[in-house]
Design a binder for this molecule. Sequence first.
Ligand code: NI
Length: 394
Amino acid sequence: MINVLDEVKKIESDIIKWRRDLHQIPELNLELPKTVKYISERLDEMGIEYHTLVEGNAIVALIKGGQEGKTIAIRADMDALPIREETGLVFASTNGNMHACGHDGHAAMLLGAAKVLNDNRESLKGNVKLLFQPGEEYPGGALPMIEEGCLENPKVDAIIGLHEGKISKDVEKGKIGVSYGPMMASMDRIFIKIKGKGSHGAYPEESVDPISTAAEVISALQRVVSREIKAVDPAVLSVTRIQGGFNQNIIPDDVELEGTVRTFNNETRQFIARRIEKITKGITGAMRADCEVQYDFKYPPLINSEEFTRFFVESAKKIVPDEDIYEMKDPVMGGEDMAYFLEKVPGTFFFLSNPGEIDGVSYPHHNSKFDIDENYLYVGSTLFVQLVMDFLNK
Ligand code: NI
């Protein structure tokens, strides 16, 4: 058996270089031509086979072990955000986009794991699939990859992935955060259009007022979570945009509302979707208005396999001290499309807490001064390699 930590440490400077190179070419959504080209070149250098999906914007690579066995996948997202970078780093992006969520590091850590696993493939009993996905931020790249068969041929038996930075305030720097069940929320969008009838503001009797109707709808929606869902079942329903009207003496024809719904299980999610529609239709109907209600089911809740997470934690203890593995008390309300993979395959997603600092300040994810501490990138790669070896050779 190789010493995984030593092997990864040998290529730590490569991992950091890959991250910096990717950091300079941030791309958005499902259009990542430069990023895919860069990662493909590294895989070519390592001699790892791969093919692309999602019209050339996702990479599925395969490392075959010396013996037949199970298949484990490691997933990294590689998309960025439409933010103008203000970190002042020497390798800062200048193309108007920014790796402000750390996905550059995810891709680099996966490349690092790929290198060590491929160099030691003869000792593996089974296969490792490397999933480089686009569009995590928007509009979702995991689902199209699954639909195009990334979890088949060979069929994936387990999956692992991580997020770096400081996603959860509870996980101190240098620690990894794990969760044995629901870890991140579902993330759905609601859109409501309340259609009334406009008139002069002085003669409301001639209108069907969509503004006062919208106010009733918003108040009633607040009662779904507070009055209809168990207090121990966390959920959020936020109306985040309200738009309508022109000035002080016109009652407009309609008002638009938009918002987000977060839950940790699909029953609650379905329930909230049904209640939003029923409440909105009921209130607008009672107020003589019409409505259009859209509920867009986006990312499902991210739920880790309890059994696999235990296996991962045992494996991780070979790499980091026990006290650096933190079991999260609370899930986070943010969403992640890794959730789609975890709906199909048992696995785990964990947080690697490595916030960086710009001028002594640590900025949050999606901020123009977000940064990570590169000194922890090797930890992510090492945890991947150790887990793969333990899982395939157990
Ligand atoms: Ni992210």
